[in-house]
Design a protein around this ligand. Structure first.
Ligand code: ADP
Ligand code: ADP
Length: 231
């Protein structure tokens, strides 16, 4: 589902060069929930930006959902991003003037999908994340956890192959954060979705199937998480 081979990224500012990723190889199978950890400056955001087709690698190969990103033109990349990827951010990034329902429908409206079907899907998704009673609330009428659940529903609207989450619990208390993670976890299991989540929080990371650790632009750890089987 995601296959990165020797992916490198150098940022140049004037005469200084920063090697943000120094050759990362990583395979994430369909349906896996991968957590990425590492100190500040280790390359986590750079990796997420490359996986999210928001930036292009300097070298190496990056295949997502069967497509080699380096061979795609800008307009193909934006279409790919809209149709195949979902994003969840630390600060939710909801449109403040829109209701929960409108926020969830937005990616579909931007892709030119029919309103009626989008509305039905958005309502179902809000129901799924436990917000069936909040569809007409605006973000300022919702709690942080509710806003993030709206963001998860929005990220799932287009049935993406891969969901990228950047510190999705970073702005939530631990109990609310755990609920949001459980929802991401369930979405992965039910839809065969692949999740890549950057987090500083080990407890959050352990909700995933696997934890990859970055340091200085390299993978320095890659372990499976052992989950207790529910009785
Ligand atoms: P992390 O997300 O783990 O904190 P980043 O991927 O943001 O790490 O950064 C990796 C390295 O690349 C850091 O040294 C950072 O300062 C540098 N960097 C990140 N983005 C840019 C940029 N746009 N221009 C220059 N340097 C950058
Ligand atoms: P985070 O690790 O919380 O995701 P960022 O990725 O935004 O944080 O930034 C990580 C590091 O990269 C910081 O040290 C920041 O100064 C640096 N950085 C990010 N974007 C740029 C940029 N456009 N130019 C230079 N440095 C950057």
């Amino acid at each position: 589902m995601i296959e990165a081979v020797d992916v490198a990224k150098v940022y140049r500012r004037g005469r200084t060069e920063v090697r943000a990723l120094a050759g990362v190889s990583l395979t994430v199978p369909k349906g896996e929930f991968l957590s990425v950890m590492g100190p500040s400056g280790s390359g986590k955001s750079t990796l997420l930006n490359l996986l999210g087709a928001l930036d292009v690698a300097g070298s190496g190969s990056l295949r997502i959902d069967g497509r080699e990103l380096s061979r795609m033109k800008d307009d193909e990349l934006s279409a790919f991003r809209r149709e195949r990827l979902g994003f969840v951010f630390q600060f939710f990034n909801l449109m403040p003037t829109m209701t929960a329902l409108e926020n969830v429908m937005l990616p579909g409206l931007l892709s030119g999908r029919g309103q009626v079907e989008l509305r039905r899907r958005a309502e179902t998704l809000l129901e799924t994340v436990g917000l069936g009673g909040r569809t007409h609330h605006r973000p300022d009428e919702l709690s942080g956890g509710e806003m993030q659940r709206v963001a998860v529903a929005r990220a799932l609207l287009m049935e993406p192959a891969v969901l990228l989450a950047d510190e999705p619990t970073g702005n939530l208390d631990s109990r609310t954060g755990a609920e949001v993670l459980r929802m991401l976890r369930e979405a992965t299991r039910e839809r065969g979705l692949t999740v890549v989540m950057v987090t500083h929080d080990l407890k959050a990371a352990e909700v995933g199937d696997r934890i990859v650790r970055l340091a200085d632009g390299l993978i320095v750890g890659d372990e499976r998480v052992v989950h207790e089987q529910a009785a």
